[in-house]
Design a protein around this ligand. Structure first.
Ligand SMILES: C[S@@+](CC[C@H](N)C(=O)[O-])C[C@H]1O[C@@H](n2cnc3c(N)ncnc32)[C@H](O)[C@@H]1O
Length: 211
């Protein structure tokens, strides 16, 4: 079973997410394990310090290397994935590669990010979820986890959902419709109501777009 540790200062965010939707179902069906690891538990001294001011000055705080090092070493994961805005842009190929590993540490930054040395020592992948900056690595980690977990066999109710998704074969998925047949004068394409499976399949194929 694939196992994911999320090293974070906000484990409660991960716990909350574990209670929702297909992730919750996958956990209950023992298809995946997700363990939040509280970076604070590895902090230094009485106050469990995890961050300090940057050498050379500048705004914000930097995550210190020691607590991250201890947190990572407390696990037995195959690889360490750091979430960083400057990392490799996430795509379906990276997701498929990461799915090959049985156990992964996802390391979430905060503040001004990671002391560079922890990346040099421990990082196997640095992943960005897009060209904009959010305040912490938790949402990027959850984004990555959700993109991976939905591809694990038996997680989705209907495995066919994965076959024609956007980004598969460099295509954008065809548009989809449900009831009612007419909504504010906008009609569902006639062919989808025709019951003619061959024509419907043709329509779907013709309505895939190139990326
Ligand atoms: C405020 S950001 C740090 C930004 C850093 N000072 C910079 O300019 O690259 C804090 C943390 O959020 C996470 N983060 C923010 N944007 C991200 C993105 N687009 N992809 C992945 N992680 C991101 C990273 O873990 C990062 O260490």
């Amino acid at each position: 079973m694939n196992s994911y540790n999320v090293i974070t200062l906000f484990p409660e965010l991960i716990e909350e997410w574990k209670n929702t939707g297909i992730i919750n179902k996958a956990l209950k069906n023992n298809l995946v394990n997700i363990f939040p690891i509280n970076l604070r538990d590895f902090g230094i001294g009485t106050y469990k310090q995890v961050d300090d001011a940057p050498y050379g000055g500048g705004p914000g705080m930097v995550l210190m290397p020691e607590p991250l090092d201890k947190a990572i070493r407390s696990t037995k994961s195959d690889v360490n994935v750091f979430l960083t805005p400057s990392g490799q842009q996430l795509n379906e190929n990276i997701i498929n590669n990461l799915l090959e590993y049985k156990s992964i540490n996802l390391v979430c930054g905060r503040y001004e990010g990671f002391d560079q040395r922890i990346l040099e020592i421990h990082s196997d992948y640095e992943i960005s979820i897009g060209q904009s900056v959010v305040s912490g690595g938790e949402i990027p980690a959850l984004y990555l986890l959700e993109a991976m977990i939905r591809k694990i066999p038996n997680v989705l109710g209907n495995p066919e959902s994965l076959l024609s998704e956007t980004f598969t074969d460099n295509k954008i998925d065809f548009p989809v419709y449900t009831r009612p047949e007419v909504f504010r004068d906008k009609k569902v394409p006639e062919v989808l109501l025709s019951g003619n499976h061959q024509k419907i399949e043709e329509w779907k194929k013709n309505n895939l777009k190139d990326i």
